[in-house]
Design a protein around this ligand. Structure first.
Ligand code: HEC
Length: 130
């Protein structure tokens, strides 16, 4: 009697294991999606660029140029990369501050936000420009 109760308990534990693993797995997927969401081009733009160019990409007239509709931004991803790497006027260089992967995400974001549309640039291309 005692023995069989122990056996049942043992079985119950075993049945629980896959459930526990799938719960852990969902928690893991949830956490990693949160981390990925933080690294999107939009988030990187908000963290690094929006202070001057504003969340809506419209900038501040006569101080910070708009990126929405900007000929530079719409023109060539390489030009945008060069502005970020070298800096321009009041705008600091981001060469030492942002990795080429993150730069690519930001460029692909600004070139395709607020009505802009442009082909994507790869992190490799930016690495070659450095
Ligand atoms: C401290 C304020 C500041 C920050 C932060 C900043 N910029 Fe700028 N940005 C400027 C200014 C000022 C100019 C105009 C420079 C000039 O032409 O003299 C400019 C110009 C540009 C241009 C050229 C636009 C055009 O039409 O000529 C691009 C592209 C650009 N910035 C992208 C970015 C991106 C992407 C980021 C974030 C990684 C960023 N900027 C962060 C101030 C800033």
């Amino acid at each position: 009697m005692l023995y069989s109760r122990a056996m049942k308990k043992e079985h119950a534990l075993h049945r629980d294991k896959p459930t526990r693993i799938s719960v852990l797995f969902s928690v893991f997927i949830f956490c990693s999606s949160v981390v990925v969401a933080e690294d999107t081009g939009e988030q990187l733009f908000l963290n690094n660029c929006a202070e001057c160019h504003q969340r809506d990409g419209k900038g501040i007239p006569n101080i910070y140029p708009a990126l929405a509709g900007s000929e530079v931004v719409r023109g060539s991803s390489v030009d945008v990369a060069l502005v970020m790497l070298i800096g321009r006027g009041e705008m600091p260089s981001f060469a030492g501050a942002i990795s080429h992967e993150d730069m690519a995400s930001i460029i692909n974001y600004v070139r395709n936000a607020w009505g802009n549309s442009g082909e994507e640039i790869s992190a490799q291309r930016i690495e070659n420009l450095r």
